[in-house]
Write a protein of this length. Structure first.
Length: 260
């Protein structure tokens, strides 16, 4: 669906950060938004901001750590609106823990929210999109989905998985009318940096406000390009790919410095 036409867009992780900023931006552009996140009160605040420009918007408070629940909810939301034009799989949880102290439960919990739930939502809605011959699935991965980050093996693993899934899915769906976009945010100033149960982040540099990437992310929905770095840090990934050993030396040095 081209720019300027009203759409119905499902946004997960919409109670704060990138999801909340994107929901407000889409509503400002006239799109109806379906907001999903765990915190009902925070969702109500975002919804109140969206409804003046998008009065049919609605919210669902749900925990997306269970992929089956996520899939069922996506179908419920489709039925509520009669259809969904765009799905933005944005919900995610951090997991900063040195790999020697990670538990399998922590890894599985991270994978369920960050990877398996977006997959479950996509697979649930895909038959309906294919039958209609149109739809867009936007998967929000991370810069950590293209490079391994020290102390974030569980998180990077989940985001790498989402990036690989998105690439293959986009190829498989070529010519169907259903498109897939991959978004790779860098350091964005969201609550993911200070969630309980995580080690302190190694990175302490500048962070972009979520509002600064909301517009480009909304633009990505209608873009012909598959991959979108927000902000544009593609050169970092290209340098890492060109010489991964040098990249890993630098990452190890950063980890040692942070631990000293």
């Amino acid at each position: 669906m081209g720019p300027g036409r009203s759409r119905t867009v499902l946004v997960t992780g919409a109670s704060s950060g990138i999801g909340a900023a994107l929901a407000r931006e889409l509503a400002r552009r006239g799109d109806t938004v379906a907001l999903v996140a765990r915190r009902a009160e925070r969702l109500d605040e975002v919804l109140a901001d969206c409804r003046p420009r998008a009065p049919k918007s609605a919210r669902w408070a749900a925990d997306l750590s269970d992929p089956e629940v996520a899939a069922d909810l996506a179908l419920e939301i489709w039925d509520h609106f009669g259809a969904l034009d765009v799905v933005v799989n944005n919900a995610a949880v951090p997991m900063r823990r040195h790999v020697t102290r990670l538990t399998l439960d922590e890894v599985e919990r991270t994978m369920r929210t960050n990877y398996l739930s977006p997959v479950a939502i996509s697979l649930a809605l895909l038959p309906r999109m294919l039958e209609r011959g149109s739809g867009t699935i936007v998967n929000v991965s991370s810069l950590g989905g293209r490079l391994g980050i020290a102390t974030e093996a569980a998180y990077s693993g989940s985001k790498f998985a989402l990036a690989g899934w998105s690439e293959s899915m986009a190829i498989d769906l070529d010519g169907t009318g259903v498109s897939v976009k991959l978004v790779l945010p860098g350091a964005i100033d969201t609550e993911i940096w200070d969630q309980p149960g995580n080690d302190d982040p190694l990175y302490d540099g500048p962070k972009e406000p979520p509002e600064s990437v909301a517009g480009p992310l909304a633009d990505a929905i209608d873009s012909d390009r598959f991959e979108h770095y927000l902000p544009d840090m593609k050169a970092v990934i290209e340098a890492k790919t060109a010489d991964i050993d040098t990249f890993m030396v630098g990452m190890r040095a950063m980890a040692r410095q942070a631990g000293s």
